[in-house]
Ligand binder design. Structure first.
Ligand code: UDX
Ligand code: ADP
Length: 497
């Protein structure tokens, strides 16, 4: 018994996961035809153009090399299903916004619709691979739909093969992953399907990094991996609040803690809060599963990871208002960075959206600059989150240049850790701002000593920055909000200066 040969791969869903994953498979398997399909014609057109819908370092070159050779993008979903030996499902699985499980459970309507379509169209033997992040036992649901529609002409095996790529480093993660997880049915056919998928990855990934297991373990591992990563960020962000209140520096604490080999240094960068399409969604999904399994204590444990993240975003936004003399009404504030992290144009769940919404609510006028986010996306996100299109129209300006965004602003708010923000001409920026000129560094990426020397009032996460001037409220920050110092904190701050 051995694996079967794959000559054609189909992928349904040409998003952040499906597109880059299939581009790398096409690169590494030039003898396999890879057909990526999506019902969104505009998205497909972008994949076939010079401006891909997804910005990922290194992706353009791979797509250019493979597109038209063995990599194809189209809207012909049925054709992809018919011709493929192996089909990836990589459609979106957002958090449900309606009905039972609203706000928690993953919405599987897209996955289910794809499964029904495969059942209708497919003939012959197919391996169906669940790539989208889904709740435990979703592969079983897909298999049930396929089996209920099985005829003598078709036979299906369903595998779980979660994707661990991170945006901004997707190509590197796909070329050199820490591990590949493949879960399948515990049967001879299941084993053969697993081996078939392994044989594709073995072309460029060492065998010891390819882990096979049962389907449910594979599905759960993906949720747990994201929950663990997010939990580390919430843990260090919780510590950042303690640092601001005590005068400790969260970066120093993270370095000391991360040097312990058992803990490790990764994902300990305190920030304005994690964003992205996965962390919150996957944790809420895990919470929902725990609640459904009558495990309320476990559900609450994971829910706290999201609560601390909300608290962190709120804390940072409130601090901006407090420092700006408790009012930002009518003040111009520059939001530098709108993507949820650097090297991506993706804004899903970005902390910048939340911080901006809070400032808009307080009456601020925002100038937003991000090197990769489409201006229309900024407006769409803010309209969606505030529910006030007129306010967004009147109060928000998206700028093409950081200097333009900063001109006349009372404060710069760094929401995304773009490298370019480290090399801006801050003297020039300072000269064009009303005084006191503030910097709120939500990513801890700037040289705070340099900025204070220039004359900026600097506020950052998890650290008290020495202020040049002690005459205004920022000089006596108590770490919670610099506008309303407690007497003890004021005394401590004075001693600090
Ligand atoms: C994540 C997982 O890393 C990836 O394995 C999974 O497949 C998808 O979800 P992604 O959301 O693309 O990837 O980005 P990631 O690098 O994990 O960052 C998520 C958020 O956490 C970002 O907002 C980032 O800025 C923030 N973050 C990350 C921190 O605030 N501090 C850190 O130390 C690390
Ligand atoms: P991810 O980040 O998981 O890749 P995206 O939202 O970026 O998610 O991409 C998912 C893609 O799946 C979208 O482009 C969407 O149009 C596509 N999609 C959803 N349902 C279907 C379907 N039934 N048939 C084809 N494409 C679909």
């Amino acid at each position: 018994m051995s694996e079967s040969t794959v000559t054609t791969i189909g992928c349904i869903g040409a998003g952040y996961v499906g597109g880059p994953t299939c581009a790398v498979i096409a690169l590494k398997c030039p003898d396999i035809r890879v057909h990526v399909v999506d019902m969104n014609a505009a998205r497909v057109a972008q994949w076939n153009s010079d401006k891909l819908p997804v910005f990922e370092p290194g992706l353009d070159d791979i797509v250019k090399e493979c597109r038209g050779r063995n990599l194809f993008f189209s809207t012909d979903v049925d054709a992809a299903i018919e011709e493929a030996d192996l089909l990836f499902i990589s459609v979106n699985t957002p958090t449900k916004t309606y009905g039972h499980g609203k706000g928690r459970a993953a919405d599987l309507k897209y996955v289910e619709s794809v499964a029904r379509n495969i059942a209708k169209v497919a003939r012959g033997n197919k391996i169906v691979v669940e790539k989208s992040t889904v709740p435990v036992k979703s592969a079983q649901s897909i298999a049930d739909i396929l089996k209920a529609n099985r005829t003598s002409q078709n036979k299906f095996q369903v595998l779980s093969n979660p994707e661990f790529l991170a945006e901004g480093t997707a190509v590197r993660d796909l070329l050199c992953p820490d591990r590949i997880l493949i879960g399948g049915e515990d049967s001879a056919d299941g084993w053969r399907a697993i081996q078939t998928l392994c044989s594709i990855y073995r072309r460029w990934i060492p065998a010891e990094r390819i882990i096979t297991m049962n389907t449910w373990s594979s599905e759960l591992s993906k949720l747990v991996a994201n929950a663990f990563l997010a939990q580390r960020i919430s843990a260090i962000n919780a510590v950042s609040a303690v640092c601001e209140a005590t005068g400790a520096d969260v970066s120093e604490v993270a370095r000391a803690v991360g040097q312990d080999g058992r803990i490790g240094p990764h994902f300990l960068q305190a920030s304005v809060g994690f964003g992205g399409s996965c962390f919150q969604k996957d944790i809420l999904n895990l919470v929902y599963i725990c609640e459904s399994l009558n495990l309320p204590e476990v559900a609450e444990f994971w829910l706290n990871v999201v609560s601390i993240n909300d608290y962190q975003k709120q804390r940072f936004a409130k601090r901006i208002v407090n420092c700006l003399f408790n009012t930002v009404a009518g003040k111009r504030i520059a939001i530098l960075g709108f993507a949820f992290k650097k090297n991506t144009g993706d804004t899903r769940e970005s902390a910048a959206i939340y911080v901006s919404a809070h400032l808009l609510e307080e009456g601020a006028r925002l100038t937003v600059y991000d090197p990769k986010v489409d201006p229309d996306q900024v407006i769409r996100d803010l309209r969606h989150v505030t529910g006030q299109p007129e306010a967004v129209r009147d109060q928000v300006e998206v700028c093409a240049d950081p200097y333009e965004a900063a001109r006349g602003a009372h404060a710069l708010v760094i929401c995304t850790e773009w490298d370019v923000f480290q090399t801006l001409d801050y003297r020039r920026i300072f000269a064009a701002m009303p005084k006191p000129a503030y910097v709120f560094d939500g990513r801890k990426i700037l040289n705070h000593d340099e900025l204070t020397k220039i004359g900026f009032e600097v506020e950052t996460i998890g650290k008290r920055v020495r202020h040049v001037s002690s005459s205004h409220p920022a000089a006596i920050t108590n770490g919670i909000g610099c506008g309303e110092p407690e007497p003890e904190a004021a005394a401590a701050a004075e001693a600090d200066h």
